[in-house]
Design a protein. Structure first.
Length: 451
């Protein structure tokens, strides 16, 4: 192949593969529905991106072109239909990632939440240790400013995405499973089928599968050795003891593992959730055989992932955090972490629900998680790949929220509302286009903080 064309190139997983093929010297281009910071980065790297459905822009000749698509793109999109009709080699993103990782030492992180931070930290530990790795990540590493790392070593770290059963294209040597919550029920139908898919993923691991303590993965499900990790449970093979936060919300702990104790690890990214993710990343690195001192150093220099508890402003009287959380369990975890980072302060959350089906399936769980803030600002549902479902709106969540204050706003009303309301700690949550507000909200709050 001389050309690789991406339909949905602005997706976090798609963009990493696009960068990979650009690195390999192929001509790379693609389509996405809307411009974003990520597509702007791709364009600055010499990758042509357009934002209209233009079948005429599919590269030619057909036989020299590979077309990669994400299942999030509608089947009736003109470019996807044209690629099928004209005989292009048309493949899903997940299959390409599976092909790239075959023949390498694949280290995969799966789970309905926590996988992006854990895989990014794992890649950072390997890079900093000198062992090196390539990495396909589901977020932008704040250490490296990218979601793709390239190395000449045969080790590759991959975020194993359960959406559309994509992770079943991977055959890792070592894998972590962080959580198996009900999610993507538009794909799986029910929680039982989600668990079934994770068991199938575990069955494809050849060496060691490291699971969060309590998950239902047994020796009947996999030929791999099973180890466990947990933040505090002493029954887990990998767990923390002597946990203490510092004044900035960073956690320090001693890691108990099958080979001994690694003392006084300080996590470079704040919040207890990052401490828990660091245990999973350390478990991969220790199982692989990295030097414990290098692992401790890597955890300490980890700056986190963009849009994962990302701090944009932090003063004693006004702070702003942005987070990608879009599932009830993620929201509950993030809110809990922020309560520890900012004890005694008033928390205002802005949440943009993602997908009609997810809102319909988890409205009560969303309401319960969001009831833990002091004030909730709820935005309309971001539809992504879906069409509206009658009766499914953000009101399904709002009506059951018991936070002291709650309000439903349009996106156009958000900035004027924030400008006139008193704020202490503000967090924006969501996986849709709420990230477009990060810069204007930060600028607004910086001006207020300077007054």
């Amino acid at each position: 192949m001389k050309n690789v064309y991406f339909i949905g190139i602005g997706g976090i997983g798609m963009s990493a593969i696009a960068r990979y093929y650009k690195f390999k010297g192929l001509e790379v281009s693609g389509y996405d529905r809307t411009p974003s910071e990520l597509t702007a980065s791709l364009e600055s790297e010499g990758i042509a991106v357009h934002y209209e459905d233009r079948p005429d822009l599919l590269p030619e000749p057909v036989e020299d072109t590979l077309v990669v698509y994400t299942p999030a793109v509608p089947e009736d999109l003109g470019e996807r239909v044209a690629a099928q009709q004209k005989g292009y080699q048309l493949v899903k993103r997940s299959r390409i990632l599976g092909e790239i990782t075959r023949g390498q030492r694949c280290l995969a992180v799966a789970g309905t939440h926590g996988k992006t931070t854990t895989s990014t930290l794992t890649a950072h530990i390997f890079t900093g240790s000198g062992e090196g790795c390539s990495a396909f990540l589901g977020g932008i590493s704040r250490n490296y400013g990218t979601n793709l790392l390239m190395s000449h070593t045969p080790t590759v770290v991959v975020e194993a995405d359960e959406f559309d059963r994509s992770f079943l294209q991977l055959y890792p040597e070592i894998a972590v499973i962080t959580a198996m919550d009900a999610d993507h029920l538009d794909i799986y139908g029910d929680h039982a089928h989600v668990i079934e898919a994770f068991k199938a993923f575990a069955s494809q691991v050849s060496g060691t599968v490291i699971i969060k303590q309590g998950l239902d993965i047994t020796p009947e499900d996999t030929r791999a050795r099973i180890l466990t990790y947990h933040y505090t449970d002493p029954a887990a093979d990998f767990h923390a003891e002597n946990i203490r936060p510092d004044a900035l919300g960073h956690f320090i702990y001693d890691l108990h593992h099958p080979g001994g104790i690694l003392r006084d690890i300080r996590v470079g990214a704040p919040g207890w959730v990052n401490a828990e993710n660091s245990i999973a990343a350390a478990a991969i690195a220790l199982t692989y055989g990295l030097d414990p001192a290098a692992i401790k150093a890597g955890i300490g220099t980890f700056e986190g992932v963009k849009r994962r508890l990302e701090v944009h402003l932090n003063t004693p009287t006004l702070s702003y955090i942005d987070d990608y959380a879009h599932h009830p369990a993620e929201l509950a975890t993030a809110i809990s972490s922020m309560r520890e980072i900012f004890p005694g302060r008033r928390l205002t959350a802005v949440f943009q629900p993602h997908l009609y089906t997810r809102t319909r399936d988890f409205a009560r769980e969303f309401a319960a998680a969001l009831s833990q803030v002091d004030r909730l600002i709820l935005l309309p549902i971001y539809p992504a790949r879906e069409k509206p479902i009658p009766g499914v709106t953000s009101d399904l969540i709002l009506r059951d929220v018991t936070a002291p204050e709650k309000v439903l706003l349009t996106k156009e009303e958000l900035l004027p509302y924030l400008e006139r309301e008193p704020l202490d700690v503000l967090v924006t949550f969501g996986a849709g286009d709420i990230d477009r507000f990060i810069v204007p909200v930060t600028e607004l709050l910086k001006k207020r903080a300077a007054l």
